[in-house]
Design a protein around this ligand. Structure first.
Ligand code: GRF
Length: 213
């Protein structure tokens, strides 16, 4: 079977990109080929990881693009040139405009380090920590026009134990992300994920949630 062409958008470290690249390479029958990595930061470690892995990577300068619509249009040109069918946001710090989201409706996934709808936004781990919650976690969701508001595909809890620090909590959350995201992206690539309004269903085999720590 031919593989689904996946693009990963990342602005920072790219550890989730790495997890996706590793899974795409090493899992037997992996249904995706990472056709492109897009970044809005020239020095993103994610770009370096892509190039190290021999994956096509582009930096789109927000400044040179001019505005959101222009940035999105530049991204669309790169995606279309490679026949990208599915998009995974992985620490991508820009908001994609309504036209872009509509064009790839139900084909853009994002990973977020909290149990949405709690703690949306860019400081989710810190916000959960400062709020004093006892359980937080990871959410994989489809991207709609809001910020971290789209239909939820999968979630996994992470406990905040008395001896945790924000550093240990962050490490636990990232470990959950790396276990969860490739599975959900692969299920979507296999056509096993359906979005019915806000409800997302995944046909078997079920996502294997990492142990709750
Ligand atoms: C992750 O915590 C992800 O949930 C959030 O941004 C972070 C990206 O980390 N959206 P990395 O760049 O994948 O290491």
């Amino acid at each position: 079977m031919s593989k689904v062409k996946l693009a990963v958008f990342a602005s920072g470290n790219g550890s989730n990109l790495q997890a996706l690249m590793d899974a795409a390479r090493s899992r037997p029958g992996a249904p995706v080929e990472i056709a492109l990595v897009v970044s809005d930061r020239r020095n993103a470690r994610a770009l370096e990881r892509a190039r190290d892995a021999g994956v096509d990577a582009v930096y789109i300068s927000p400044k040179r693009a001019g505005g959101r619509a222009e940035f999105d249009a530049a991204a669309v040109r790169e995606l279309e040139a490679r026949g990208v069918q599915l998009i995974a946001l992985a620490g991508f710090m820009r908001i994609l405009g309504a036209d872009f989201v509509r064009r790839y409706e139900n084909r853009i996934l994002n990973i977020h380090p909290s149990l949405l709808p709690a703690f949306p936004g860019t400081r989710a781990i810190q916000d959960a920590w400062e709020h004093g919650v006892k359980t937080t976690g990871v959410t994989v969701h489809y991207v709609d026009e809001g910020v971290d508001t789209g239909p939820i595909a999968a979630q996994c809890p992470t406990l905040i134990r008395p001896n945790d620090t924000i550093e240990t909590l962050t490490a636990k959350i990232h470990a959950v992300e790396h276990a969860l995201y490739p599975q959900v992206v692969f299920a979507a690539a296999e056509g096993r994920v359906r979005v019915h309004g806000r409800l997302v269903t995944i046909k078997p085999p079920a996502i294997q949630l990492p142990p709750v720590r």
